[in-house]
Design a protein around this ligand. Structure first.
Ligand code: FAD
Length: 291
């Protein structure tokens, strides 16, 4: 630990509320900010399964108290390149590149394929790991390949087809650190900037963006919507102290000020129990609870 602490940018005993969009959580023992593949691989070789990768923290909830994990943040992994091959345009981006950066490129070159993913607060690493998606499109629809690091520190290159994935799930949620990913897009004859603009207006009108949130709490069960089930069960707008399911979108938890992890867990457990009793459906959490 000592050598790596001197060599790679880090911070100790961090306030985890600063590293997630819902602003809940305790203290993290140490966070590293590697700036290249070699530093990342060194950290993984040293700490293996103790590592928690972090992007924007927009689908994460940290537990209270002290969390004895090694956090690795991708803020220094931001290289991005655009190239053309056989009539397609490829964006190769390191894990810490945000979707906002991708939108700029997509708009500038009028590229098609990414427009319905715009507006998701994500880094490339987090979005690949979660197979993020919206409006019927998911990251794996436009993914070409991923360069990732396994728990032993080996750097591996995989084509999309070789990576286990499904709705909001990929193998990287169990093991593997996404270092970079390549998206495959094509030149469009539509006005992509205008499509994105309209899409963002529609998206933003449905989400509680004025309060800290972690996005969708639950995955949609087959043939249904988690938000609709929560609403039918009376959870839209339901609160325990400062944590609640949003009035605007029942599947979004919101932090009204100083929400506690304990209240949050009580609310989730109550919702899960009621949905099971009312509809015989086991809701599956999309948010990642860490600690
Ligand atoms: C307002 C709001 C709206 C949202 N809308 C959507 C939506 O429309 N669709 C959707 O799918 N999601 C949505 N989300 C959830 C979230 O934006 C996505 O899950 C996003 O992909 C998370 O990216 P991130 O960089 O914040 O990852 P984080 O939240 O930091 O991490 C998410 C998970 O991925 C892991 N991870 C992060 N980086 C890496 C890496 N480099 N390698 C391996 N694992 C990694 C983390 O350990 C964690 O398990 C929304 C969230 C908010 C707050």
């Amino acid at each position: 630990m000592g050598i790596l602490k001197n060599k790679i940018e880090n911070e100790e005993w961090i306030d985890l509320r600063k590293f997630c969009s819902i602003k809940i959580g305790g203290k993290g023992k140490i966070i590293f900010f590697p700036k290249n593949k070699e530093e990342l691989s060194l950290l993984i070789r040293e700490f293996g399964e103790k590592i928690i990768p972090l992007g924007l923290g927009s689908n994460i909830i940290f537990k209270d108290g002290e969390i004895d994990k090694i956090f690795i943040h991708t803020k220094n992994l931001k290289k991005i390149e655009l190239f053309e091959k056989n009539g397609f345009f490829y964006i190769k981006a390191e894990a810490g590149v945000s979707f906002k950066n991708i939108i700029e490129i997509v708009k500038k070159y009028n590229l098609e394929g990414f427009e319905y993913l715009s507006g998701i607060p994500a880094t490339i690493g987090g979005a690949v790991a979660m197979n993020a998606g919206a409006f019927g499109v998911e990251v794996f629809d436009i993914l070409e390949d991923v360069e990732w690091i396994d728990n032993n520190g080996n750097i591996i290159y995989s084509k999309k087809e070789e990576i286990e994935h499904s709705y909001r799930y990929t193998r990287f949620q169990k093991d593997g650190f996404v270092f970079s990913a390549t998206l495959k897009l094509k030149k469009s004859d539509k006005d992509i900037s205008q499509i994105i603009k309209n899409h963002l207006i529609q998206r933003n009108s449905k989400q509680p963006l004025d309060l800290p949130t972690a996005g969708s709490t639950y995955k949609n069960p087959e043939n249904s919507y988690a938000g609709l089930l929560l609403e039918k069960a009376g959870y839209k707008g339901k609160r325990i102290n400062d944590i609640g399911f949003s009035e605007k979108h029942a599947n979004f938890l919101v932090n009204y000020g100083n929400a506690s992890f304990k209240d949050l867990m009580n609310l989730l457990q109550s919702a899960e129990r009621d949905i099971k009793n009312l509809f015989n459906i086991n809701l599956e959490r999309e948010v990642k609870i860490i600690g």
